[in-house]
Design a protein around this ligand. Sequence first.
Ligand code: OGA
Ligand code: MN
Length: 332
Amino acid sequence: MSPSKDDGGPQLTFKRLHPTFGVEVEGMDWTQSPVPKTLLDEIITAINREGVLVFRNANLNNEEHVAFSQQLAGHQDLYDVKAHIKAGRAMRFPEQPEIFDVSNLDNNGNIVTEADPMRKEGNKGNFLWHADMAYNPHRALYSLLRAVELPPKSSGGETQYLDSRTACEELPEDLKKEINGLITHNSLMHNRKLGSPEYFKSVEPLDAPMAKYQLVTPHEGSGRDNLYLTTYAHHLDGRSWEDSKPLFDRLWNHLTQEKYVLTVYWENNGDLVMWDNTATLHRATDTGSYGGKYVRDMRRTTTKDTSRYRFGENEDHSWEAGISKVKTEGEH
Ligand code: OGA
Ligand code: MN
């Protein structure tokens, strides 16, 4: 009997990972490329509802990873899959500029150490809650993160997700009223500075353009409100950083409650996790012992948002944020 059902009914089944969001997807047939339209429809329906989809043992290679991402982007009537950050460094896969290298490896395949502080210190921003590319004036929709080589089990490297739609709906009424209509200004370097204040102390986030988004932005795929607050949020429109911080802190206190958090444990090389950046937050974790010792080779693609909210409050959406140079001793 063929392993894939073709009776015209739904092919995918789901295993719930958290009471309000996130599922493991079963029944996915990766042998067909491109993935058939009916299956793609099922995936889109599921991600709109769940925000996070975990595909165990997808075992895609770079080409298949990019092709599937392009299909998702195309499905959303979008132009392309973009290479994300202007990272200021060569990627390990010049053949696939769409693949963002999230590994702890340098171009020679060696584990990144303190000898490369830009990488090492910059990566600390990834341990803070974020939505990919919220610092750009055209924000991201889906991210697809693939495990190529995982560190040994129990040595860490989990990825955490946060249900920012449910958190938004459960905001205390007074806070909900208070944030109605507020706009954030978002900066890549603000997050990097939060992650490693000492290393990035010479960088002033206000020196670079910031991307503006409504703090509460509806999620088009589900019609639910989403609290689009990330650690890229530097200040609120019309307020200084100092005047914005107390409100941000109150929102973070609410958002980061344990009940909204899902920890995804990577099980096997070949696992793939897809998430919706306009409906969830995520972060890498640094609680494990693998850092500096074991390879963690993770690769990501990201599609651009296609919803009516894709440009937020940004009139000019032609630019992309980059990493600012850090001044070293003696430089001014
Ligand atoms: C990412 C990311 C988390 C991780 O790829 O966008 O945040 O656990 N990754 O590597
Ligand atoms: Mn990320």
